[in-house]
Write a protein that binds this ligand. Structure first.
Ligand SMILES: NC(=O)CCC(=O)C(=O)O
Length: 283
């Protein structure tokens, strides 16, 4: 299955971001991609945290969701729609940061609400997503069919989730072939941890990892790390885009998945699970 991750430098202008995303999705599809993934916050990197609430759409309605569905149908692709804020009737002051997936017929195939909300303060940069977002509760995966008819289980996660390996373990029951991580990592944390974490998730889960990112200097004054990546189940980086808008592409090859899992059957050797006994005191 041919894959593409889209890297963007999104702005506070939703229409401009949608235009840019449409161009990049079309370019990915023209290059043969069957599954295309957009980055976190592809439709908005606002000036203030609260801007997310202003563009939040009701689930199943609104121009951002319509655009995602149209692009998936027009190009006949699986589209992992980065993230967009979805409104919650119960609490209008907190949206979910949601990743919606649309299939080649333009129908919504999955929804994942980011579970782990980012908080960071190094004295210079401060982020606290919980001010305007509400966490999801449920891991999500879906089945994408390649044009040759092969079905692939695809696990969803978003950005800061990458730091929580237990989420990815939960997605591996049953095993995924591909983990997608739409992201907007900060520059300092990205430089220190991004590639390391993505390759770790690929190696420990013996999975392809596709990570579309925000990458550059945004109009709101923030900088994101970029380095959108495709990693194979052996931890090899197949493609990377360091900075600016563009594409990362490559192929999910079932033979490589089989070979890695047969050669080194680590997934079968898992002994410890969620119902672990308490750690022994050591005496
Ligand atoms: N948007 C995010 O979740 C940012 C996560 C991040 O930068 C990190 O270091 O983790």
């Amino acid at each position: 299955m041919r894959l593409a991750a889209i890297q963007m430098v999104s702005t506070p202008d939703v229409d401009r971001n949608l235009e840019q995303a449409a161009t990049l999705v079309a370019r990915a599809a023209a290059g043969g991609a069957e599954l295309v993934a957009l980055p976190e916050y592809f439709c908005l990197m606002g000036r203030q945290d609260g801007d997310k609430l202003a563009v939040a759409e009701a689930p199943g309605h609104g121009p951002i969701q319509q655009a995602l569905s149209d692009w998936a149908r027009r190009h006949g692709i699986w589209l992992v729609g980065g993230t967009l804020p979805l409104a919650r009737e119960a609490d209008p002051l907190h949206a979910t940061n949601s990743c919606l997936v649309f299939g080649p017929e333009g129908r919504q195939a999955s929804r994942y609400d980011k579970i782990h909300l980012f908080r960071y303060d190094d004295g210079e940069r401060r982020y606290d997503e919980s001010q305007t977002l509400c966490p999801g509760r449920q891991p999500a995966a879906f089945e994408a069919r390649a044009r040759d008819g092969t079905a692939h289980r695809v696990g969803l996660s978003v950005c800061y989730d990458l730091r929580f390996p237990e989420l990815f373990r939960a997605l591996m029951q049953p095993p995924c072939d591909l983990l997608v991580v739409p992201a907007a990592f900060t520059r300092p944390t990205g430089e220190a941890h991004w590639e390391l974490l993505l390759r770790a998730r690929a190696v420990e889960n013996q999975c392809y990892v596709l990570a579309p990112a925000q990458g550059g200097r945004h109009e709101n004054g923030r900088s994101t790390w970029g380095h959108s990546l495709l990693v194979d189940p052996w931890g090899r980086v197949l493609d990377c885009r360091p900075d600016g808008e563009g594409l990362v592409t490559g192929t999910l090859d079932p033979a490589v998945l089989r070979q890695v899992r047969q050669q080194l059957p680590a997934l079968e050797h898992r002994v410890l699970g969620p119902g672990l006994p308490a750690t022994a005191a050591g005496d």
